[in-house]
Design a protein. Structure first.
Length: 245
């Protein structure tokens, strides 16, 4: 049964690569307008789960529904933005040239490109670097440019795979501030992370351990259920898996 206000529902989702089972019967409901965090150690299945949600991988068993309908990748793409762990940027081009190229792939008309490019670069605080070649960008600037590209076509849902990896704490806070502004605009964000303070800033969390969801709720409710004071302690109570592993 689809829950009221559910935008993405996973039911009994499993994924194997050969004899290796990466995800085991994952069931989740992600609500419209939430920042939903997928938290777990490296190798827990976070990236695979994101790829299944956006149709880049096919489940071995189970189903994904988007807004109540069975997932069809070609129909989904106009509604979503995806930011992978690795930046897919052309270093020899300027930020504007990267954005213009991606805007053309999204099908944005020439008249709206300039406005959208300026809007998304303002959102990620990079407007002053619009004409700078990407090879002159720091790692943090490249991550923010990747986020700007994911926002170009004004997607309803953003899937962000470890968007702040390798970024210093001050810049991470700025990026998370932009996530909350996007939420206020009505966007839904699905974010993978293994950083504790980021997990606490999500509306709801799905805790992944060894390919299984061990809990899905608000951060405070999860801690209360397990009688602990930190999310990491939840993992330690479930087989001694540390988030830092």
């Amino acid at each position: 049964m689809i829950q009221l206000n559910s935008i993405i529902q996973l039911k009994g989702l499993s994924k194997s690569f050969g004899s290796q089972e990466v995800l085991k019967s994952v069931s989740l409901n992600i609500q419209k307008g939430d920042i939903y965090g997928l938290l777990g150690p490296s190798g827990s299945g976070k990236t695979t789960l994101i790829k299944l949600m956006i149709g880049l991988e096919t489940p071995s068993t189970g189903s994904v529904t988007f807004k109540g309908n069975k997932l069809k990748a070609n129909e989904l793409y106009p509604s979503i933005g995806y930011m992978a762990q690795s930046d897919a940027l052309y270093d020899e081009l300027t930020a504007k040239e990267n954005l213009s190229f991606m805007a053309s792939l999204y099908g944005l008309k020439t008249a709206e490109r300039k406005e959208q490019i300026e809007k998304v670069m303002t959102t990620v605080d990079l407007l002053d670097h619009l004409y700078k070649p990407v090879h002159q960008f720091s790692g943090g600037m490249k991550r923010r440019l990747s986020l700007a590209i994911a926002l170009l076509h004004e997607p309803e849902v953003l899937f962000l795979d470890e968007p702040t990896v390798g970024i210093d704490p001050v810049l991470r806070k700025e990026i998370w501030d932009s996530f909350h502004r996007l939420k206020e605009e009505g966007r839904t964000l699905v974010i993978t992370t293994h950083v504790m303070d980021e997990a606490e800033r999500c509306d709801r969390l799905g805790l992944l351990s060894h390919g299984e969801i061990i809990s899905s709720d608000t951060p405070d409710a999860i801690k209360e259920t397990y009688g602990v004071t930190s999310i990491e302690d939840v993992f330690l109570k479930n087989g001694g898996v540390s988030i830092a592993d």
